[in-house]
Design a protein around this ligand. Sequence first.
Ligand code: SAM
Length: 275
Amino acid sequence: MEKFAELPNEHMDKILILVDRRFGYDFTGYARASIRRRILGFMGRSGIYTASELEYHLLNDETCFPRFLQYVTVNVTEMFRDPGFYKALRENVIPQLASYPFIKIWHAGCSTGEEVYSMAILLQEEGLLERTKLYATDINSYVLGKAKQGIFPLRYMQDYTRNYRNSGGKEVFSSYYTAKYDNVLFDASLKKNMVFALHNLTADGSFNEFNLILCRNVMIYFDRAFQQKCVDLFRQSLCLLGYLGLGTKESLAFNDNARAFEAVDQRWRTYRRIK
Ligand SMILES: C[S@@+](CC[C@H](N)C(=O)[O-])C[C@H]1O[C@@H](n2cnc3c(N)ncnc32)[C@H](O)[C@@H]1O
């Protein structure tokens, strides 16, 4: 008979506490159903059937935790994801940013970097890339390594070209990369002002003052308390009148910080810090 991995609530809590105490990654405030699905998926593909087996591997096999971390964080992303978001950014936010002599942008939860390369292209076209520093952070070192490379699969370029055009892109998209075999390499000039670093949104503090923070499709995996922590951090990290861009399924509606922000664009979840 085939065996299936199981993870009753109290066993899942034990695993999450172990991961926090031993490795310093707190997943206790991630949406329960989603984190359970991810852990079960990891157990299934690793041939682990019970929480105690998983505990054993986490404690005794040093390759287990990096694989666990890699699997439980959802890293799906794309270039110019939700093109309307970038279009609204170009129209409503970029003209304001252009009035600053120097611009700092933080991509929090940048995954493999498609979002930050999209932003660099947009800034280049608006004449702002030279005076912008782009900070791209994530909890997962594997995806950060990929982001630094700026190499993406060629097979996605058709979709990304469409997204780019719909986002208000002004050039020929393929002029930004060189194709080689099955991959494309984005121009080095785009990453000149990018800084990549590990940063955990629920444990680490503020590290700069930004004019714009993008944290899209990250808080969707957090419970209310973690979302609260995260927005506290963004409020501390934004200059007055700085902008915050969230994913289409995210909002500040139930956050204690809601009054510190005004909506710039409700449809595309873009806010501005007003206190
Ligand atoms: C679904 S991706 C979103 C990528 C990109 N922002 C986008 O919208 O396309 C979510 C990213 O958040 C990262 N993440 C999850 N928890 C995090 C945390 N506590 N701190 C920082 N990054 C986190 C994951 O590793 C993953 O790369």
